[in-house]
Write a protein that binds this ligand. Structure first.
Ligand code: KG4
Ligand code: ZN
Length: 336
């Protein structure tokens, strides 16, 4: 089974070819970040128009890289949601039209299912079942993954997502959008413990998160300070420490509570070096194996969508055939 995967839910146009026997054959990505930076965030209409421009050339390149064509592709997978509706419609329209012309199934994939399956692209993939920490720009969730398509949310953020908190705090620190990675780089030269950041929700039972207070704490820390000195890096470090510690402690509790012995990290914030180190330490400490995608597959990409499509089509899961694009879509409700 060989699947062409298309991701266009936000500001990355990404295409990949995944083969059930040979693994990932090609992947291509065009990031719109430079275009949106002037506005300090993603402009949905500009995003949709750019996906229209980029998609077809990327598909051609990814197919050529994979030495694949209409005859060797068995199905087309595309991100059906959640995401920006205009951006999703570009991928969904393209994939269903191509599927119809090629007489191949076109399957709509949940973006977060793509993220949580991304570690399966690595040489040592996790087996089902596992616990997944999904930390992206729009979501922060702990998911009990029993099997492909069988997802139960056991904890989630009550307000901002972890990536959103990174981006908003980075903006306060004068870093360009999306600031997560830049904040992490700045934090490298900062000192821990110079500013008191809360550890939200750690004093309460349950596995939910809350990150909106952290950007307020950063704002308070910044007030009246000279941003030219080492203070910025110290604030970045204090913020990063707080997010990392909170995520790590909730993962530890979730592993204990669910009894899972495998922890999967996925989504853009999963690229954070300190978070990866900290979660690896949690795993060692409680005897759980921890799995990360390579950093380029933590953020949005086509490979995870092609993989999810391949697994679903191989398992005979055909729900999602017929064009679908949903701005809001609960992961726990997708089924098989
Ligand atoms: O999964 P993703 O590419 O897109 C969504 O589906 O949201 O995640 C993007 C998020 C952004 O908020 C970005 O700032 C954050 O991931 N991010 C990071 C790092 N790299 C990306 N956050 C912290 N540290 C990083 N190294
Ligand atoms: Zn994403």
């Amino acid at each position: 089974m060989r699947v062409l995967g298309i991701e266009s839910s936000c500001d990355e146009t990404a295409v990949a070819v995944y083969d059930g026997t040979r693994g990932l054959l090609s992947h291509r990505l065009y990031s719109q970040i430079a275009m949106h930076q002037a506005y300090g965030g993603v402009v949905p209409e500009l995003a949709s128009r750019d996906h229209v421009r980029r998609l077809l050339p990327l598909v051609r390149e990814a197919l050529a890289d994979a030495h694949s064509d209409r005859d060797s592709i068995d199905g087309i997978a595309y991100t059906a949601g959640p995401g920006l509706i205009g951006a999703l419609l570009v991928g969904a329209g393209f994939a269903t039209a191509l599927g119809s012309a090629w007489r191949k199934p076109a399957l709509g994939i949940h973006h977060l299912e793509g993220h949580l399956l991304a570690p399966l692209l690595e040489p040592k993939p996790p087996a089902f079942p596992f616990l997944a920490l999904l930390v992206s720009g729009g979501h922060t969730q702990l998911v009990d993954v029993a099997a492909l398509g069988d997802y139960r949310i056991v904890g989630e953020t009550l307000d901002d997502a972890a990536g959103e908190a990174f981006d908003k705090t980075a903006k306060l620190l004068g870093l360009p959008y999306p600031g997560g990675a830049a904040l992490a780089t700045l934090a490298e030269s900062g000192r821990s413990g110079q500013f008191a950041f809360p550890r939200p929700m750690l004093d309460r039972p349950g596995l939910d998160f809350s990150f909106s207070g952290l950007k307020t704490a950063a704002l308070v820390a910044l007030r009246g300070r000279d941003l030219q000195g080492p203070v910025r890096a110290d604030i970045a470090r204090g913020f990063e420490d707080a997010v990392v510690e909170t995520l790590a402690e909730k993962c530890r509790r979730a592993l204990v509570q669910t009894g899972h012995t495998r922890l999967v990290i996925a989504g853009g914030v999963g690229a954070n070096r300190r978070l990866r180190e900290r979660l690896a330490a949690v795993g060692l400490n409680i005897g759980a194996d921890v799995y990360f995608p390579r950093t380029e597959f933590c953020t949005d990409n086509g490979a995870m969508i092609a993989l999810a499509g391949c697994l679903r089509l191989s398992a005979g899961m055909r729900a999602g055939l017929g064009m679908s694009a949903r701005a809001n879509w609960e992961l726990g409700s997708i089924g098989v």
